[in-house]
Design a protein around this ligand. Structure first.
Ligand code: NAP
Length: 242
C-alpha cells in the first residue's frame, strides 16, 4: 500500500490533489479541520477512481493534534509509511496592515507556516529511514510577488518557499524531494469573494484556473519520475507572472 497525505483535502485544491493521487494508485489520507461532510465527499471521489483512503481530522496549526494523529495512524499501520505529503491546508485573512489584527496575522501564519513545520517534521522521519519521499508545499503567487492587503498571507507563503528550498537541500541525499507549487487565482471556496470578471483582465489566459490545473503539477512532483526535481517553485497561474 503506497500512502499519501493531503492536508486540507476536504475541499478545493486539496480535494483535486487527493483525487489525482488516487488516480496514481495512492491510498490517500484526507486531512480536514471541520468539514467532515466534504472530507467524506473527497473520499467517495477517491473510491470512484478505484483507490481507497481514509479521512483524518486534525488542525494543522495544533502541534499536539498533528503529532497524535500521525503517530496513531503510523502505529496502526506499521508495515507502511506516508511517502507523499502535500502540505496544502491554508486560510486567507486579508486586511491592510494598519487594520491587521494579531489574530488575523497569527491565524494565517499558524496554519500555513507552523502547520507545514509540525506535520513535515513528524512525517519526514520515516521518509528518511526508507530513503524515499515526496513533499509538495502549496505556496502562492502572493509568496513570490507579495500582494497588497495580504501581508500576512504573503509572509506565510514566502516563508514556505524559503523553507522548501532549505529542506530540499537538507534531505536530497536521502531521495526525498521537496518542492512548492505557486497557484495564481484558482476557483475554490477561498476565492469565492473575488470578482473573476474584473480580475481576469490581469491574467494572460483570461480566466481563473481550476483546482485540477494545480493537482496535475502536484501529481508530477509527487511521482517517481520527478526524482531529480527538488527545491523548485512551480507557478500555475495562467501566465500571471510577477
Ligand atoms: P479552500 O477551498 O478554502 O480549502 C481549504 C482547505 O484547507 C479545506 O480543506 C480546509 O478544511 C483546510 N484547512 C483550513 N485550515 C485548516 C487547518 N487549520 N487544519 C487542517 N485543515 C485546514 O482553499 P483552496 O483554495 O483549495 O486552497 C488550498 C491551498 O492553496 C491553500 O494553502 C491556499 O493558500 C493555496 N492557494 C490557493 C489559491 C486559490 O486561488 N484558491 C491560490 C494560491 C494558493 P475544512 O474543509 O475542514 O475547513
Amino acid at each position: 500500500m503506497k500512502v499519501a497525505l493531503v492536508t486540507g483535502g476536504s475541499r478545493g485544491i486539496g480535494r483535486a490533489c487527493s483525487v489525482k493521487l488516487a488516480e496514481m494508485g495512492y491510498y490517500v489520507l484526507v486531512n480536514y479541520q471541520s468539514n467532515e461532510t466534504e472530507a467524506n465527499n473527497t473520499l467517495s471521489l477517491i473510491r470512484e477512481k478505484g483507490s481507497d483512503g481514509e479521512i483524518l481530522r486534525f488542525d494543522v496549526s495544533k502541534k499536539e493534534e498533528v503529532e497524535a494523529a500521525i503517530e496513531q495512524w503510523q502505529a496502526a499501520h506499521p508495515d507502511t509509511y506516508i511517502e507523499v505529503l502535500v502540505n496544502n491546508a491554508g486560510v486567507r485573512r486579508d486586511n491592510l496592515m494598519v487594520w491587521m489584527t494579531d489574530e488575523d496575522w497569527n491565524k494565517v501564519l499558524d496554519t500555513s507556516l507552523n502547520g507545514f513545520m509540525y506535520i513535515t517534521r513528524v512525517v519526514l522521519k520515516n521518509m528518511l529511514v526508507k530513503k524515499y519521499g515526496r513533499i509538495v508545499n502549496m505556496a502562492s503567487l502572493s509568496g513570490l510577488k507579495g500582494l497588497p492587503g495580504q501581508t500576512n498571507y504573503s509572509a506565510a507563503k514566502g516563508a514556505i518557499i524559503a523553507a522548501t528550498k532549505a529542506l530540499a537541500q537538507e534531505v536530497a541525499k536521502k531521495h526525498v524531494t521537496v518542492n512548492a507549487v505557486a497557484p495564481g487565482f484558482i476557483r475554490t471556496d477561498m476565492t469565492q469573494d473575488l470578482d473573476e470578471s474584473q480580475l481576469k483582465a490581469l491574467i494572460p489566459m483570461g480566466h481563473f484556473g481550476n483546482p485540477e490545473d494545480v493537482s496535475e503539477v502536484v501529481g508530477f512532483l509527487a511521482s517517481k519520475g520527478a526524482c531529480y526535481v527538488t527545491g523548485q517553485v512551480v507557478s500555475v497561474n495562467g501566465g500571471l507572472y510577477t
